[in-house]
Design a protein around this ligand. Structure first.
Ligand SMILES: C[S@@+](CC[C@H](N)C(=O)[O-])C[C@H]1O[C@@H](n2cnc3c(N)ncnc32)[C@H](O)[C@@H]1O
Ligand SMILES: [Zn+2]
Length: 199
């Protein structure tokens, strides 16, 4: 999961119905907790009212250089192509390093994508924080936009349920182009299914 990398169908979502943290996992924030989500698998929810601009939870993990980041990204892609599973949790940190958040102590990796969000990620002094972009009520699911580009867009349907949802997980900057791609796909499908009138 990353603003800069792709993600594919989620291995963790295939766990037994689990609404909370598993052994060895932790939620290192007083503001939120892990629960089952109607969007997908587990999600992260406000444990109390959270004022706008609050830094809610740090996105922690292993700091890796760009070569290692590429290697892991491609390995995950291969795994996805073979099994249909695997997810990438790599976040861009700076020009030299990324954070691989695929570690049990990183509850922030369980935050789902939304198209009408209440959170964003920001980087400050080599730390990645998920912060509230508006007041969030106790019990609300925390959501931020994963910012995916349109490579393999059809692999990432979005079920966030927001009125503005374009149906696929993509950064807002890509939504206009996404609509064009959806139209082109639908037109191509129509052209191949319409009966040909002979004579
Ligand atoms: C980093 S995980 C988020 C945590 C995940 N819910 C879990 O239980 O492990 C990202 C994956 O969750 C799923 N996901 C997150 N947001 C989604 C959304 N809005 N619509 C559909 N699937 C979503 C996708 O499978 C995505 O690859
Ligand atoms: Zn959506």
């Amino acid at each position: 999961m990353s603003n800069s990398s792709s993600s594919s169908s989620q291995a963790e979502g295939k766990q037994e119905e689990s609404s909370a943290l598993l052994p060895g996992e932790a939620c290192h924030s007083e503001w939120c907790e892990v629960r089952g989500s109607i969007i997908h698998g587990r999600g992260v929810f406000a444990k109390r009212d959270i004022p706008a601009q609050t830094p809610i939870i740090e996105y922690v993990g292993e700091r890796i250089d760009k070569d290692e980041s590429d290697r892991r990204g491609w390995a995950q892609m291969d795994k996805h192509n073979e099994t249909g599973e695997a997810a990438v949790y790599i976040f861009t940190l700076n020009d030299d390093f990324d954070i691989d958040g695929n570690v049990p102590e990183n509850a922030a990796r369980l935050i789902n994508h939304g198209c009408d969000v209440n959170c964003e990620a920001y980087i400050e002094e080599d730390e990645i924080w998920i912060y509230a972009i508006r007041d969030i009520e106790e019990g609300e699911e925390l959501l931020f936009n994963y910012g995916f580009d349109l490579e393999n867009w059809e692999d990432h349907p979005c079920v966030c349920g927001a009125d503005c949802c374009p149906g696929y997980i993509a950064g807002m900057d890509y939504w206009e182009e996404l609509e064009k791609k959806k139209k082109a796909r639908d037109n191509a499908a129509k052209a191949t299914t319409e009966p040909v009138v002979l004579g």
